[in-house]
Each structure stands twice: as C-alpha cells, then as structure tokens.
Design a protein around this ligand. Structure first.
Ligand code: ADP
Ligand code: ASP
Ligand code: MG
Length: 810
C-alpha cells in the first residue's frame, strides 16, 4: 500500500488536478491519497477571516473569490452528470456554512483561535471532496475522526497513540483508492476542529503511512524534489537524489519548506521511504529519503535557512559553573511553548545565546527575565538581550562526519566575502553546522556557500568591468568567447554583473549579455561616476566579486581601498594605484591580505608577460631579487626599432601612436613616466621601498618638447629629427642599438637610454617587445630572462583575464 500526498499547487489548477488523477489512477497498488487545500486557499481563508473580524466588509469580495474558485474547479474538472450534481450540492453546502461563519465574525468582530481553526479546515474539506469525485472509485474519509490532538503548552499536539489506533481501525480494510483531507484534526477531549500546523498535510500523510505500514510515502509537490537550497533564492539549486532521514530532518527544521518538519519522524521510525516528486514533471526521478543515503556524495547535501531569527543572549558571571542554568532556560521556554532552534554557549559558560523565531522573542525575553529575576536583581546575570533581524543558516550532510575541514572552509569562505557570523553551533552528530548572520546578508550567504561547496554545478565569479576602451573591450570579447568552455571544462561561471565607462554604468545580478553589452550599457545604464560605481558595487553586496579596472583613471584607482575593505577583489590594468605613494600601495596590499581577497596588477608591467607573478614566486620560495634590468616600454622599443634613414624620430612616434602602442598622449611614454611607474612597481614587488621621485632619469627628448600642447609637441619633436639621424648613423656604424632601460640595482632605480651591442641580451628585442632580466641569489651567474609582447590590447586583456582566473582558484 502506498500513501500519496498532493500539495496545494498540485490541486491548484485544472491541469495539475488532471495530472493528479493520472498519477493516482496509474498506481497498481492500493493507495491512500492525502490532499491539501487548493493552492493559496488557506492563506486566503486566514486573510478573509481577519478582514471580517476587523469589520471590513470587503471580506465579502474575498469570500466570493473563494466560492468562484471552487465552483469553477468543479465545473472544469468534473464532467457533467450525476456525480457533479452531488458534488456541487456538497460544495455549496460547505461554502454556505463558511459564509455564515464569516458573517458571524463580521458582526461580532471577534475571531477566536477555535473559530480560526474551523475556518481553515474548509480548505481541505472542499478540496478533498472534489478530488474524491475526480478519481474513479475513490472513497472519502474524514480525517477529523481519526487524527486526534491534545492541548499542551497552549498548542495542539498530535496524540499519536490514540491517532494510530483510530487510523488502524478506520483503515482495517484499505479500499483501492482512499481520499483523505490533510492538515485537519480534532481535539481528543472536546472534539473541536484543530489542525497540525501550516504545511501539515505532509504530516497527515506520514502519520497514515506509519500507522498502516505503507510501502512508501510519496510527497507530490511543484519542484523536482528536495533541492540543494531553496530554488526561489538560489537559481542554481538542483534536486538531491538521495537523503537520509537525518539529513532531511535537519534541512526541514531549518526552513526547507518542501516537507513539513514533523513529517519525517513517523515514517523514519518505521523505516518507510519518502519519495518527493513533481506533479508537473512526473518523469523526473525526484528525491528518495531513507535510512542510509549514498555515502559517496559530497560532504554537504543541502543548505536551508530561517530568516526571521532573533538571538536572545544571556550573560553574567553568575552563570559560570552554576549547575542548572541551562535546565531552567529550556524548561521556561518549553513551558511557554517557545521552540529553540539554535543554542550556542561559550565554554567559559558566562554567555548563552538562543535562537528563536522573532514572533516568540518578546515572550521569550519576558519569561526568562521573570525566571531569572532574582539573579538579575543581584547583578549576577544581565537582563536578556534580544537581537532581531537575523537569519539562521544550516549546512547539512551526513558525510561531513568523514570530512575534516568543512567548518574551516565554511567560515573562511564567509569571512572572505565579508559576512559576519554572529553565533554558531555544530551538533556532536556533525550532520549540521548552523550559524546566525544579519538578515541582510542571507541571500549572499546562501549563494556563497552553495557556490563554494560545489553544490552548484558551477563556481561563480561576479565581475564588475570598468573601462571598455581597447583593453576592456578585448577582455569582454575574450570572456565572451571562453565563457562556455570555462563552464563546461572548469565548472567556472564568469558572470559580468556590471560594466561601466565614463558615461554609463549598468549593473545586474543576472549577468550581462556580452554580445550586446554596449547596447545594454547605453540603454539600461545610469550616468556613471566613481561615486556611483562605489555605491552600487558595494551596495549590491554580491558574493565572490571582482572589480576589474581597465581605465587609466586616478579616481577609479581611488576606489580600490573601499572595494578591498568590502571583500571585493581588485584586478587592475590601471597602474596608478600600485605606483602611487608607497603607503597607498602598502595599505592596499595589507587590506587585501587581511580580508582574504586579492589585489592583482600583473599587466601593470609587460602586459600579459608573467613578471610580477614570477617575482612573487621567487620571493615566496626564499630567493632574493638583487638586480632588475628591463626594457618595459613597448612604445619606446617600437620607436627605437623603427627609426631608420627613411623613418625619422618624429615619424616613429606618430606611428607608435597610430598603431596603438603608445598612450593617447605619447609624451607619457617619452617622458619616461610610464617606465618609471613600472620600475617602481617591480621594485616594490621585489621587496624594495621605491617611489617615483627616487628614480633617476636620463631622457632622450629635451624638456622643451614637453611644454605646451600636444600640437606644440608634434611641431617641436620634428626639430630633433636631424640630430637623431646623425646619432643613429654613428650608432649603426658601431654595430649598436638604442634601448630605453629601467634598472634597479641595490635598491636604486634608474631609467636611461642605453646603447647595447650585439652581445647584449637586449640587442635583438623585436618590435614592441619587452624583456626583463632578473638577477637573484639563485639566478646569479645566468639571470632569469622573461621576454615577449609587452604591449597591445589583446595580450594585456589576456593578462587581466589570467589575474581573474587566479582569483577563481582561491
Ligand atoms: P506544497 O504545496 O506541495 O506542500 P510547498 O509550497 O509547501 O508545496 O513546498 C514546496 C516549495 O518549497 C517549493 O516550491 C520551493 O519553493 C520551496 N522550497 C524551499 N526550500 C526547498 C528545497 N530545499 N527544496 C525544494 N523546495 C524548497
Ligand atoms: N493547506 C495547509 C497550509 O496551507 C496545509 C498544507 O498545505 O499542507 O498550510
Ligand atoms: Mg507544503
């Protein structure tokens, strides 16, 4: 025999009703079908009764809707004929009783808990007779006659002994299809209508399955099974194939609404499996809950949360070592019907925190203050402190027992994302770690955990890209072309959630379509400014986020500090921050370290060449950088490789600009500023405290060329051509070439134009390439040499991309 329960949405529409009929009629075995009220009806009954009690005559309109919904359902799912007539009579009778009750409430302006319970019972009474008529040969049973409750601590609790006995008597002979309304019950002493609590139809079905030793309990709902997280919050949540009873219980207890928590116990006790299935997708395998779930799966099966948490903290030296304080706390709360779902006590025993629902918090504080009034008066214990607006999250999985490091990973991940854990608890069974966070961070918390424990199919990195000039654009194109491959092969989802240029800024959690990003930016973007970027990006409070700066803008570089402080990693192609005052550079690095995020700027020197990473690797492995010699200006190298009898100096500069090798204003390259910045960055990464003003510079363009406008510059630079050509001829005759070299020796930085002969490693440096020679304690006689393209949008973008990827690998 099987017990099948169909929830509100499963009996909420014509199509779902017909699906229920099909599912039930295809079962070979005998079956007990438990149904909820039509989807949304219980809420509506409660709402309407409150309106009537408040004297709001608009309750009649609500009542009309309730009537219409049921009558229409009868007309659409039950074919015309005798059965429909009989059903309509029954439905109309129930609806007119309900109408009378509402009218009574409206007149006397009073709504007792007893009347409330009577009103909500109509939901299941109506739905169950409709389904009983719909399913061929179904026999209707009244659960009020065999599901019995008793009143304890002001709550209606199931009397299992009596209920089990009555269920067995009622179902001595189980018909082919029995139809039972879920949720509703009666008090064993007074016979008044009661219920099993919101969501209680699941429980009704479980009680029946256990009492009658069913083969299986099937819960039919509107999702493909028990999911790794609430699918309404985590879009990447997916169904779990198997859960143990313990895991299912832990997840439900912490808010996974898919199964009402008390449901698990009766069937678990009898070792009856629960199968959770989707009425709207019956072919999906669903989730099976049984004694032992697969032990090869991930350590964490699922996450759930309760968002209206209040934490009551009791502190005082008077609690230390005193036996019985906890007993008094729990006894007091239990006597007042307050359920506690999290307890956290420090081993010093001078503080105990208790998680309760916000609706229970005022009463909990009151009764605890009364219980400990004497101690509070003596100053041994402080009055209860209640902190509300919190959320409790639980991660659940029996395999956690076998896997060390889960708590470390959990709290490390939360910390890196700037999520503060207010209290935490892990049971000795090690199947659940629960913790309390600010309600505002709940969404981020769930996402980050789901992501980092690979519960999601993909790990997500949320990118904000600022600057869509040549480098930014090239980066977006590269991400666009790699996105799918990274998803498939690396399980990494690079999601661009923000794009900005100097005019517009556009942000969306969903991710921007990179094929159309310019259009989206212009159509949906807001006016851009550093302040807007700052406020929006920090305000989105999105997990695993990275700010990517492809601008050369100082105000944007000025945002890094706040981003890093808010646990947002920064990847900069922009050189300004890393080469600005030493203290700024050092502070950014230190904040990133403290926050567990990254501040990366590999492309600041040599575009995509792995220079900074190499220096870091050498130093981290105990080497010491003694000397750096480098040609790190692709622009200047291009100029000195292009200059010839036919192409004079001024022309090479113009070409460098036209080909996109130089800064838009080539004077930045020619003044050595760019090379100095790069040298400063290299020196700092090599462990030297160097600033731009410390660098000695020997330029090859006289000062007067840098005065005035860019137009003046183009005129002035022409006057240098003849002299340069004469010098070039002489150099050629000597078999030498010019290289603009940055060097660091003994902590001293110099940039200068040098003449190198054919034996020098810099002699053959082609085009706009860069070269770096690193002399270290280990690479001493033969220095390490890194060489390759050192400029250009696509290699720079590739370097930025590599920095982003290294963040994904944390
Ligand atoms: P029914 O009316 O069938 O009893 P409920 O609305 O009570 O359905 O429960 C199903 C809903 O529970 C789903 O639609 C989903 O939004 C929500 N839910 C919350 N957490 C989970 C989870 N971990 N897995 C599946 N569903 C969940
Ligand atoms: N109809 C009830 C409710 O909405 C019981 C249930 O759906 O399980 O809470
Ligand atoms: Mg439910």
């Amino acid at each position: 025999m099987k017990v099948l329960k169909f929830g509100g949405t499963s009996v909420g529409s014509v199509n779902s009703m017909l699906s229920v009929k099909k599912i039930v009629e295809s079962v070979d075995d005998k079956v007990i079908v438990v149904v909820s009220a039509l989807g949304g009806i219980t809420d509506k009954l409660i709402h309407t009764s409150k309106m009537a009690a408040a004297g709001d005559s608009a309750y009649e309109k609500e009542m009309k809707e309730i009537v219409n919904r049921h009558i229409e359902m009868v007309y659409t799912v039950i074919p015309a004929g005798k059965a429909r007539e009989v059903l309509l009579d029954q439905v109309n009778e129930l609806l007119s009783e309900l109408k009378n009750i509402f009218q009574g409430i409206f007149l006397i302006h009073d709504l007792s808990p007893k009347t409330s319970a009577t009103i909500v019972s109509y939901g299941e009474r109506l739905s169950s007779i409709i389904v009983a008529t719909l399913i061929e040969g179904a026999q209707w049973f009244d659960s009020r006659t065999f599901i019995k409750t008793e009143k304890k601590h002001n709550k209606h609790i199931l009397d299992s002994e009596l209920t089990n006995r009555l269920v067995r008597e009622t179902f001595k002979e189980v018909p082919q299809v029995a139809l039972v309304p879920g949720f509703i019950s009666t008090d064993k002493d007074t016979g008044e209508v009661t219920n099993l609590g919101r969501g209680g139809s699941d429980y009704t079905a479980s009680i029946l399955a256990a009492a009658l030793n069913a083969d299986i309990l099937e819960i039919w709902t509107d999702v493909d099974g028990f999911m790794t997280a609430d699918p309404r919050v985590i879009s990447t949540a997916y169904p779990i194939t198997e859960l143990s009873y313990v895991e299912a219980m832990e997840l439900c207890n912490f808010g996974a609404k898919v199964v009402y928590p008390p449901t698990i116990y009766p069937v678990c006790h009898k070792n009856i499996p629960i199968l959770i299935k989707n009425t709207f997708n019956p072919d999906a395998p669903g989730t099976i809950v049984k004694q032992q779930a697969d032990h090869f799966s991930k350590p964490i099966k699922g996450i759930s949360s309760i968002n209206d948490t209040c934490l009551i903290t009791m502190t005082g030296l008077g609690m230390v070592g005193v036996i019985g304080v906890n007993h008094r706390i729990f006894k007091t709360l239990a006597e007042n019907g307050i359920s506690v779902f999290l307890v956290s006590q420090a081993s010093s025993e001078n503080s105990t925190s208790i998680g309760v629902r916000t609706e229970d918090s005022a009463l909990a504080c009151k009764v605890l203050n009364e219980e400990f009034a004497k101690e509070i008066e003596m100053g041994e214990i402080s009055p209860m402190m209640a902190e509300s607006g919190l959320a409790t999250v639980a991660i659940v999985g029996e395999n956690m027992k076998h896997t060390p490091g889960i708590a470390g990973k959990l709290f490390g991940t939360l910390g890196r994302n700037g999520i503060n854990v207010i209290a935490c608890a892990q049971g000795a069974s090690e199947t659940n770690i629960s913790f309390v966070v600010e309600g505002d961070s709940l969404r981020k918390t769930l996402n980050v955990i789901h992501d980092s424990f690979f519960l999601s199919e993909y790990q997500v990195l949320n990118l904000f890209i600022c600057g869509i000039g040549t480098v930014g654009h090239s980066l977006i194109e590269q991400i666009n072309s790699q996105q799918e491959k990274l998803k498939q092969e690396r399980g990494l989802n690079l999601k661009v959630v923000g794009i900005a240029n100097g005019h517009y800024a556009y942000f969306t959690r969903r991710g921007i379509d990179l094929n159309n990003y310019r259009k989206e930016l212009e159509e949906k973007g807001v006016p851009s400014s550093p302040q807007v970027l700052h406020d929006e990006i920090i305000g989105m409070n999105i997990f695993n986020s990275v700010f990517v700066d492809c601008t050369a803008n100082a105000s944007i570089a000025g945002l890094y500090k706040d981003f890093l402080s808010h646990n947002i990693s920064v990847v900069a192609a922009n050189k300004i921050a890393a080469s600005s005052e030493y203290d700024v550079y050092a502070e950014l690095k230190s904040i990133a370290r403290q926050r567990g995020v990254k501040f990366l700027f590999e492309t600041n020197v040599g575009a995509g060449l792995p220079i900074i990473n190499t220096i870091n690797d050498l130093i981290n492995s105990g080497d010491k950088i003694l000397k750096i010699e480098a040609v790190v200006s692709g622009t200047l190298n291009y100029i000195f490789n292009t200059i010839s009898e036919e192409v004079p100096l001024s022309e090479t500069i113009r070409k460098a600009k036209e080909e996109g090798y130089s800064e838009p204003d080539p004077r930045i390259d020619l003044s050595g500023k760019d090379v100095i910045r790069k040298l400063v960055i290299l020196a700092r990464e090599a462990g030297y405290k160097l600033s731009q003003e410390d660098v000695e510079k020997h330029l090859f363009i006289p000062d007067f060329c840098f005065e005035g406008s860019l137009d003046d510059f183009w005129k002035n630079v022409k006057t240098l051509d003849a002299d340069f050509e004469a010098r070039r001829k002489k150099l050629e005759a000597e078999g030498k070439r010019w290289r603009f070299v940055a060097s660091l020796d003994n902590g001293k930085g110099v940039v200068s134009l040098q003449e190198v002969d054919s034996r020098h490693p810099f002699y053959n440096l082609e085009g706009s390439n860069n070269i770096i020679l690193l002399t270290t304690e280990r690479y001493n006689e033969y220095p390490m040499l890194i060489q390759g393209y050192g400029a250009g949008a696509s290699v720079t973008a590739a370097g930025v991309f590599a920095d982003i990827m290294s963040i994904a690998n944390i």
